[in-house]
Design a protein around this ligand. Structure first.
Ligand code: PEP
Ligand code: MG
Length: 596
């Protein structure tokens, strides 16, 4: 770890909004040095076996304690801990380690390490990524047993300090994450993770600002290093100088007071001064986020990411579990609509929890609809659950990562089969459920006119579209500076998508992060998007900005931006626009988005 005093800026993924300036606490479970020794007596073997059994007992008690501490609102996350409990006493781990101690005459740590290596090898041969993912549970319980055997420090970081701190970690385990307490932890900053990683999801639901996917932040700080964390933009500054701190204190004040101000009129529609209304919806991942959605004035769910139920559990969710969860959500926000996106697994989605081993380039691999078309049983179960839920409210079905017409046709065939089965079984569903696709692959942009004839709506996923169009890994901090939605290629693609959708008479929404960034709103309004979907907490702010805009003026701005030849020109156009039409909000919009 270097001892740095100069200010360093890192770019990560803003996973949970808020601005925090404070000292950090490094959560480093450390690399334990394992002892290796042979045992030559029967008593010695019994002693080692006993040591192992006792260590397993300690870990078992620890996991049970963790389960009992989980707050009610996130109790559904307890499944993974039950899976870990089962793993502890599993024959392949528990008995095999006892056997190895006796047969090989080696100490408990050595035996456990050998057994784990074998388990790992067999897991990595499993083709099904979901089952391969279970390796994470085994790895975790093995680490806990090593901790007890070697007497390593426990991970109870919440008790470490009196003053609240910014938690910095390479990655957080599920146990660490559910132990986060807002009174102790000001913000979370991690090397690993994406917006859909466990850390990000939990941080959002308990309202702790977070930046994830910073690659190496944990190697650049020491305990008590001063940090600025911007959960809105994903920026993290190590050793900020006074000037930067002053600017961020202002941004923080501005953010807090603006949040309070906009919250008061969050339920008003997002209607421009000249009478053009956009629907504003929320991107959510789980039922816990529904209260935030309602408080912030969302007009429905524009993107329900459905991956959580597949990654937070030991087994795949059953059709019934999926159905119940969708139905509960629908009933909780009725009569508001929910757009359910089918499973989008792979790529960065499991980056911190699954080794997608065989795939050298997972972002271009077996992801999302490609995965579902391969694992058709799993896909059918989810489609059945969504269709069944459609009898209880306004459900729309959305397919991610469509790259060509063939994929939509394949999805439609499966969907029709599922509908036919439900009909035969006399199970109710909405026969006219809308089917839409995400436009997030450049090939889909180029044939948007063809695709528009096949579906009822488009939703633009700018997170992936920018990644694929500009060849920039969305989680890679080394190329993050190139990741700009105002790249001329991107703005032209956006225009093309909206045009193709509207020519075919279907609505076009945007659910990528770009939709929730104040800076882009005038351009998006000008483009004529029908709907924007975003993290619930940013909705009041975006609605308020839209209410101050004039659609015609935004239209001229958008035209000019589409004709711009470089990003700098675009920012100059925007700067002029804000100065001319929104002098009061200009500083606020800029301060919320760009500061350094
Ligand atoms: C996107 O790609 O813009 C999107 C909304 O989907 P995700 O971030 O879940 O890939
Ligand atoms: Mg996407």
């Amino acid at each position: 770890m270097e001892n740095l005093t100069q200010c360093i800026k890192l770019k990560g993924i803003g996973a949970s909004p808020g601005i925090v300036i404070g000292h950090c606490q490094l959560h480093d479970p450390g690399h334990i040095k394992l002892p290796y020794y042979y045992i030559f007596s029967l008593e010695g073997i019994e002693f080692e076996q006993d040591r192992f059994i006792q260590a397993v007992d300690v870990v078992e008690r620890h996991i049970k304690d963790v389960i009992s501490e989980i707050p009610d609102e996130i109790l559904h996350h307890s499944d993974m801990f039950h899976a870990q409990l089962a793993m502890l006493k599993d024959k392949m781990l528990f008995e095999k380690t006892l056997e190895a101690i006796a047969l090989d005459g080696i100490n408990a740590e050595w035996a456990l390490e050998d057994v784990f290596a074998k388990i790992k090898r067999s897991f990595l041969q499993i083709k099904d990524p979901f089952f391969r993912e279970r390796l994470k549970d085994v790895e975790y319980v093995v680490k806990l047993i090593f901790d007890v055997l070697t007497d390593a420090a426990t991970m109870d970081f919440a008790a470490k300090k009196d003053a609240a701190f910014i938690l910095v970690a390479h990655d957080l385990t599920p146990v660490d994450t559910v132990r986060l307490r807002p009174d102790k932890v000001l913000a979370v900053v991690t090397d690993m993770g994406s917006r859909t990683s466990h850390t990000a999801i939990l941080a959002r639901s308990i309202g702790i600002p977070a930046v994830v996917g910073l690659e190496a932040v944990s190697e650049l700080v020491n305990d008590d290093t001063l940090l600025v964390v911007d959960g809105l933009t994903g920026d993290v500054f190590i050793n900020p100088d006074e000037g930067l701190i002053r600017r961020y204190v202002e941004k923080q004040d501005c953010y807090i007071s603006h949040s309070a101000r906009v919250a008061t009129d969050s339920h008003l529609p997002a209607c421009t001064r000249d009478g053009f209304t956009l629907e504003i919806k929320a991107n959510i991942e789980m039922v816990d986020e529904l209260p935030s959605l309602l408080i912030n004035g969302a007009e429905g769910v524009g993107l329900l990411r459905t991956e959580v139920m597949y990654v937070a559990k030991k087994e795949l969710p059953t059709e019934d579990e999926l159905f119940v969860s969708y139905k509960v959500m629908l009933q909780r926000i009725a009569p508001l609509p929910i757009t359910i996106r089918t499973l989008d697994i792979g790529g960065d989605k499991l980056a911190s929890s699954v080794n997608f081993g065989a795939e050298i380039n997972p972002a271009l691999g077996l992801r999302a609809v490609r995965f579902c078309l391969k694992e058709q049983g799993l896909f059918q179960a989810q489609l059945r659950a969504i269709l069944k839920a459609s009898a209880f409210g306004d459900v729309r079905l959305m397919i991610p990562m469509i790259s060509g017409k063939g994929e939509i046709m394949a999805v439609k065939i499966i969907l029709d089969e599922v509908k036919e089965d439900l009909l035969k079984q006399g199970i109710a569903f909405n026969h006219d459920m809308k089917l839409g696709i995400m436009i997030e692959v450049p090939s889909a942009v180029m044939i948007a006119d063809v695709l528009a004839k096949e579906v009822d709506f488009f939703s633009i996923g700018t997170n992936d579209l920018i990644q694929y169009a500009l060849a920039i890994d969305r989680g890679n901090e080394f190329v993050a500076h190139l990741y700009d939605p105002f790249h001329p290629a991107i703005v032209r693609m956006l225009k093309r998508i909206v045009q193709a959708g509207h020519d075919a008479g279907i609505p076009v929404s945007m659910c990528g992060e770009m939709a929730g960034e104040p800076l882009y709103v005038p351009f998006l309004v000008g483009l004529g998007l029908d709907e924007l979907s975003m993290t619930p907490t940013v909705i009041p702010r975006i609605k308020r900005i839209i209410r101050t805009l004039d659609k015609t003026q935004c239209g001229s701005l958008s035209e000019a931006i589409i004709n711009a030849s470089c990003i700098r020109e675009t920012y100059e156009l925007l700067e002029d626009f804000l100065a001319k039409y929104l002098p009061e909000d200009r500083e606020l919009i800029q301060s919320l988005c760009k500061i350094s």
